[in-house]
Design a protein around this ligand. Sequence first.
Ligand code: URA
Length: 279
Amino acid sequence: MPEKPGSSRQRPLKTLERVFSKHGIGSRTDARSWIGAGRVRVNGKIVKDADHWVDLERDRITLDGKPLQSAAKLYILLYKPKGYLTSYGDPEGRLTVYDLVTDAGAWLSPVGRLDLDTSGLLIMTNDTAFAERVMNPEHKVAKTYRVKASPPVREEQMEQLRRGVELDDGPARPAEVRRVRDSAGHSFLDLTITEGRNRQVRRMLEAVGSKVSKLVRTAIGPVRIDELPIGKWRALTPEEIVALGGRASGNGSILNTSESRRKPRPAYLSGKNPGRSRS
Ligand code: URA
């Protein structure tokens, strides 16, 4: 990549490919293909180098002759099923969360990740500042998981989780843990953490000598799974956006939802999952 140009004061420099995701217009992969196809101009000149530095205050960038404008800010809540990757595209052609939000009307990025085998709430947005805020562990946004673990988790192991267990990438912060019930060799727990490290909940349970067999994220801060059907999405409400640190004007124009009108029991309680079928 060409070296970032120096400057006497901090300027809003970005590589050309990042400008598109920053504006919520498309992914970096989309941007690379538009740039490579000669559809992007900087100050009137076609630039085919995706790593070209641009100054967002001074440079005029166009796609197909039209100046870039930030897309309206959209924020949605998806109930990700197990078996879907939290990524854009997959070399092996597996299903991804993007297969579930084709009707959202904008290019959105996931706020954090859920493992392939984890289901539950995933916020997606084109507001990069909002996403960074929610993901930043310093802001301590609580994420709650319903955990099925085996062998059953004893009271002293729950205490360990509450004190904070040691993980290979450093100590986990103390978690809130509540026993929901025990049954046939398993414990069901509600576990709330304020970090989002890779496979963190699974690793925390392993650190106390148990193993997660099912994991569902049921809440992110004040946003709860409630009656959202599995595999469907809805717009975040202005109150939810504000409670997570966004602006009340967000989602001004999104008013559709993939949510059906029926009001089923939350799927994480019924154990239903659409598996790999597309909704
Ligand atoms: N913790 C995990 O182990 N997996 C997830 O997907 C999320 C949190």
